[in-house]
Design a protein around this ligand. Structure first.
Ligand code: F0G
Length: 479
């Protein structure tokens, strides 16, 4: 093959000018068998819905969204094999055949003997932390995703981010920007003492830091420190397959290793994982815990019965476990991962070409806009990222999510605001859902917004809950 579909990183067709440019089109390793109609509502309708939602796009009906980049979680298109697997679900309450197939799949991928299903990732986190973490403890991570942070804090413990400093520079090109700074981890162990650190986590890929991967070398280093102090090390493994693809593409010595080999090696350095199957297991709902330690698995299962369900279904149906088992096999296919990562980079390239401030390198599941660079006139206290999120829906019926002050800023005891280091807008790409034309539309919409960005306005909070503010907050647009 040659031209725009070349295997070599060469050419890309500019959809607007018709010119061929140097970037390749992401070529889908699938074709479409079933379609879901979407529509762009009239502008006045979108304006009304924004106001009714208190400018919180989590409250806008999905049917009123044209292109939904709110999340890559639970939004994949399942394959024909997954749909077929659903029909084979064994719905026995205890010891179902589907559980054993699921367990076998997770065991063969991770090497962990104990596999415990949960209804999604945060349930796995909650149960693991309830068993391990107590008030006053500290849990280091590269960067905690908001549910792990909230679950740690809910138990009265501190969620400590130890990512490398480069992760906080949106334009710093680093192949493994999700890496943990081992000096920060060692400092934390010295400061708080080993007894106050019940576990260390590594989020692969690092969602809150831009979907950035963690290198095998870094995993090995963190593992060595944790073993030295006998602190359990867990992956927050939601996007483990995307992480393994980056290792294959970017880390010396891994080019000729297969994805399953790389995945197996990654898991060999840790004691267990929490997993949101809604990402790299290619399903709409599901999660699990997998781990080595039998005693810990036993304690987790006791709590699981109370919170989620019997240990062989953990809040899921047999058919859900079938779909997860099949999805976990599909996600490791190199053709799938290549397209996945290239599709995300393709959107990143379109935006970069149009002069939008995008976080580099491009992440595995999403493109992140640097809101402060895009709307420098809106202070952090007025949620610059949210101004862009609102503009995306206003202009193009596109739904994105703010990952900045609206999500993370908090009031200190003295009543002042403490702001996060970055104000990002995430454009998450659902797996196997959108086409190149959809991505081009997103890029065109953002170009329009960029041209008029000096007119965007900030926001003030009208209502906020105690935890996970961004899901239910309501806002007023400032004059
Ligand atoms: N860990 C990471 C790294 C995540 O990205 C998520 C979810 C979770 C844990 C929690 O999993 O949703 O199954 O309970 N992330 C979604 C997102 C919500 O949009 O990034 P869950």
């Amino acid at each position: 093959m040659s031209g725009i579909f070349s295997r070599n990183p060469t050419n890309r067709l500019n959809l607007i000018t018709g010119k061929v440019l140097p970037m390749r089109l992401p070529l889908e390793p699938y074709k479409i068998k079933m379609v879901e109609p979407i529509q762009l509502l009239p502008r006045e309708e979108r304006e009304r819905l924004l106001r009714e939602a208190g400018f919180n796009v989590f409250k806008i009906p999905a049917a009123a969204v044209f292109i939904d980049l709110l999340t890559d979680s639970g939004t994949p298109a399942m394959s024909e094999h997954q749909w077929a697997a659903l029909l084979q679900g064994d719905e026995a309450y205890a010891q179902s055949r589907s559980f054993f197939r699921f367990q076998e799949t997770v065991r063969s991928i991770t090497g962990f003997p104990h596999v415990i299903p949960t209804h999604q990732g945060r349930a796995a986190e909650h149960i693991l932390f309830t068993v391990l973490v107590k008030s006053g403890d500290v849990v280091p991570n590269n960067i905690h995703f908001d549910t792990t942070r909230a679950n740690v804090e809910y138990l009265g413990a501190t969620a400590l981010d130890c990512v490398i400093d480069d992760a906080y520079d949106p334009y710093r090109e680093h192949p493994f920007k999700g890496n943990m700074d081992v000096a920060k981890l060692q400092q934390a162990i010295r400061t708080y003492g080993r007894e106050r650190i019940p576990l260390v986590m590594l989020t692969i890929t690092n969602n809150s830091g831009g979907g950035q991967p963690v290198s095998m070398e870094n995993i090995r280093q963190v593992s060595r420190i944790c073993r030295e102090y006998r602190i359990p090390l867990f992956f927050d493994a939601a996007r483990f397959a995307e992480n393994s693809y980056f290792i294959q593409q970017r880390e010396a010595g891994y080019q000729n290793k297969s994805i399953p080999q790389i995945v197996r090696e990654m898991f060999s350095y840790v004691d267990g994982c929490t997993m949101s199957a809604k990402k790299d297991a290619l399903v709409n709902i599901g999660g699990f815990l997998a781990l080595r330690d039998e005693g810990l698995a036993q304690r987790i299962k006791e709590l699981l019965v109370l919170k989620e369900g019997f240990p062989t279904y953990g809040g899921l149906s047999g058919r859900d476990m079938e779909a997860m088992a099949t999805g976990l096999q599909e996600v490791l296919q190199e053709s799938y991962l290549k397209h996945r990562v290239e599709q995300v980079a393709y959107l990143g390239g379109l935006l970069q070409e149009r002069g939008l401030p995008v976080l580099k390198p491009f992440g595995g599941h999403a493109i992140y806009l640097d809101a402060r660079a895009m709307v420098p006139h809106i202070p952090q206290s007025q949620f610059p990222g949210q101004a862009i999120v609102v503009a995306l829906y206003r202009e193009g019926g596109i739904r994105a999510v703010e990952i900045g002050s609206l999500m993370f800023a908090r009031r200190t005891d003295s009543g002042n605001w403490e702001f996060p280091r970055m104000e990002l807008v995430r454009l998450a790409i659902p797996r196997r859902v959108y086409t190149v034309s959809h991505l081009a539309f997103v890029a065109e919409t953002l170009e329009t917004i960029r041209r008029r960005s000096s007119r965007l306005k900030g926001f003030r909070i009208r209502y906020e809950p105690e935890f996970l503010r961004h899901f239910t907050v309501e806002l007023e647009e400032l004059a």
